[in-house]
Design a protein around this ligand. Structure first.
Ligand code: DAH
Length: 350
């Protein structure tokens, strides 16, 4: 077969192959096999040396045309295959907007925060202000300024997380008392403040103790504030928290920053006061400590204790929630387990 026929045959067989190819990789392979350095067409052209000089331009022209034609066909086939592949991909990746959405689980306010919010709202309604406080406080504010000097035995119960010699994680929200009392301008009216937040103690963690828990602190100072004001206020708070039918009982107690001091019990919401496992058969449940602010605390905050008097109380929302919902382990509050926490979702949440 002469070179011209070989060229024509290669051209027609290649065109046929190009037609049939369906994969992009194959078309690329064909291009290399035909037109590459060691390709079939390149090979044939090398044998042009053996042609008569007169034939060379004619065959050369034919060879060029065949090469251009094959190159163009290969390119357009490649584009065609690429377009098909793209369309297939687009098809496969289409998003079906009619599918139902994936449900996003909303969280809910932590049950302890729900209780603190509720109590804050109650006190806001009674004209109190809500004031924050820092969790890192000086030993001086946490203890000395609330009448717990160095070496006072009351420190032992709370001895705690010291950051250095003078600063610690507050052991009680009572640490907010000194500066709040000191800053108050009595010409604007009585001081009535609620402050809630976390406190820390060196407790060994067990079912009823956590090294971190919450407190709600109440402070009222004015002229002529008496124990009757304290008792009425705490009765309102206890009933709000545990229900209108609850009775409230005040027992004498001791706190360094109050005199006299009381502990407050509510009648058991589980048995109504007859005695059960929740109240350990006593009919009563202790919920907070309180008292008339000790004159030393007022004086250290530059308040004349002859003219002004006040009450304070400190309650533990963790304990209240445990009692109210019969939660048997305080650590549940801090494990972030949704199976536990979602039980306390409020309306509109979750
Ligand atoms: N700070 C006390 C405690 O952590 C609770 C307390 C008792 C706060 C009596 C008060 C109070 O303000 O008057 O145990």
């Amino acid at each position: 077969m002469d070179l011209k026929s070989k060229l024509e045959e290669l051209a027609s067989s290649s065109l046929e192959k190009i037609e049939q190819i369906e994969e992009i990789q194959e078309i690329e392979q064909l291009r290399v096999n035909l037109l590459g350095k060691k390709g079939q067409l390149t090979d044939l052209l090398k044998s042009m040396r053996n042609l008569e000089a007169s034939e060379r331009p004619i065959i050369g022209k034919l060879a060029n045309e065949i090469r251009d034609d094959l190159t163009a066909k290969i390119t357009s086939k490649k584009e065609e295959l690429e377009e098909i592949a793209l369309n297939e991909r687009l098809e496969a990746e289409t998003i079906d907007v009619t599918l139902p959405g994936r449900q996003i689980k909303r969280g809910q306010r932590h049950v302890i925060h729900q209780v603190m919010d509720d109590l804050e709202n109650l006190f806001l309604g009674m004209g109190y202000s809500i004031i924050g406080g820092t969790e890192i406080v000086s030993d001086y504010l946490n203890f000395e300024r609330v009448n717990v000097p160095q070496d006072h035995p009351a420190r032992d119960m709370q001895d705690s997380f010291y950051i250095n010699e003078h600063y610690l994680l507050r052991t009680q929200t009572s640490a907010v008392q000194p500066l709040i009392i000191e800053a108050h301008d009595f010409s604007t009216g009585p001081l009535k403040v609620i402050s809630t937040g976390k406190v820390y103690r060196r407790d060994s963690d067990d079912a009823t103790h956590s090294h971190q828990f919450h407190q709600i602190e109440g402070i009222v100072v004015d002229e002529n504030i008496t124990m009757a004001d304290l008792m009425g206020t705490l009765e309102v708070m206890s009933k709000e928290m545990f229900g209108e039918d609850r009775d409230v009982r005040f027992r004498p107690s001791y706190f360094p920053f109050t005199e006299p001091s009381v502990e407050v019990d509510v009648s058991c919401f589980n048995c109504g006061g007859t005695g059960c496992h929740v109240c350990k058969m006593s009919g009563w449940i202790e919920i907070l400590g309180a008292g008339m602010i000790h004159p030393n605390v007022l004086e250290m905050s530059n308040v004349d204790s002859e003219k002004y008097s006040g009450f304070a109380f400190g309650a533990g929302p963790d304990r209240m929630v445990m009692l109210k919902y019969a939660v048997d382990d305080i650590r549940h509050f801090y494990l972030n387990d949704q199976r536990f926490l979602s039980q306390f979702s409020t309306k509109g949440e979750n």
